[in-house]
Design a protein around this ligand. Structure first.
Ligand SMILES: NC(=O)c1ccc[n+]([C@@H]2O[C@H](COP(=O)([O-])OP(=O)(O)OC[C@H]3O[C@@H](n4cnc5c(N)ncnc54)[C@H](O)[C@@H]3O)[C@@H](O)[C@H]2O)c1
Length: 252
């Protein structure tokens, strides 16, 4: 178990840590000495990531869209490690592209719930612990789609709406919790070739993004993980309410 590092002694919860950006964040935080709860709907993937990290991680199977499940997940972390210093809300995403006329009520609710409501539920569950100790970091994984439609590829309406919600949720909660020494920030990654995204985005739009954005690059999961590390680190103690773009200039 790492005893040193920029997050030594800190306890972190990372949701959707079974793959993609969440996995990279969990591993980066562990590398820097944090103890990490690897939370995912998919038990096998959460266990794989926790095993790769070692003794400073444990896997929790949880659907972070369900209040009792979220509350039990936070309770399990507190029982094991005493408290929670850092929460990363990475659960989200979308699984298809569709025009407004094809989007049912159920589909709308599902996308808003996994991207936005989960962020609320997890933040609400850790807030009393952080308020009591007058310290804490909440990091929400938003998206460029929450700022504006992607200039090089389609943006999926419910996702764009949910992530815009996540960005303003970050500012309002950051203002409300600032008095307790808690920071709340968002990161908006650019399109990243995670297992889900390579299924949902056609190769042509991935290519357009990579070849036409200002830096002519696709960001990698590690780019977002290092940004999350900064926001979790002691150096960022007075950085709150920001939405940090990690997108090779895809959107500004
Ligand atoms: N990949 C990108 O291009 C990109 C860009 C911008 C923002 N993001 C955001 O980053 C986050 C992670 O996306 P990704 O592409 O790295 O991940 P991914 O879709 O590859 O993996 C997501 C993980 O989340 C888990 N998950 C899904 N629903 C869950 C739930 N209800 N409770 C707990 N776990 C759940 C899945 O089992 C999976 O392991 C999302 O919020 C996404 O919107 C991704």
């Amino acid at each position: 178990m790492a005893q040193s590092g920029r997050l030594a002694g800190h306890v972190a919860i990372v949701t959707a840590a079974g793959q993609g950006i969440g996995e990279a964040i969990a591993k980066t935080f562990a590398r820097e000495g944090a103890r990490v709860a690897v939370v995912d709907l998919n038990r096998a993937e959460a266990e794989r990531v926790a095993a790769a990290i070692g003794a400073s991680a444990f896997a929790i199977e949880a659907d972070v869209t369900r209040t009792p499940v979220v509350d039990a997940m936070v309770k399990a972390v507190v029982e094991r490690w005493g408290s929670v210093d850092i929460l990363v809300n990475a659960a989200g995403g979308f699984h298809r592209l569709a025009p407004i006329t094809d989007i049912s009520d159920e589909e709308w609710d599902k996308v808003i719930t996994v991207n936005l409501k989960s962020t609320f539920l997890c933040s609400r569950a850790v807030a009393p612990l952080m308020i009591e100790r007058k310290k804490g970091r909440i990091i929400n994984i938003a998206s460029g789609s929450g700022i504006a439609p992607n200039p090089y590829a389609p943006t999926y309406l419910p996702y764009g709406a949910a992530k815009a919600g996540v960005i303003n949720f970050t500012k309002v909660l950051g203002r409300d919790l600032g008095q307790y020494g808690i920071t709340v920030n968002a990161i908006s990654p650019g399109t990243t070739a995670t297992p889900r995204v390579v299924k949902v985005r056609d190769a042509e739009s991935m290519k357009r993004i990579a070849e036409q954005n200002p830096m002519r690059a696709l960001v990698q999961v590690e780019d977002t993980a290092e940004a999350a590390l900064y926001l979790a680190s002691p150096e960022a103690r007075y950085v709150t309410g920001v939405n940090l773009n990690v997108n090779a200039g895809n959107l500004m």
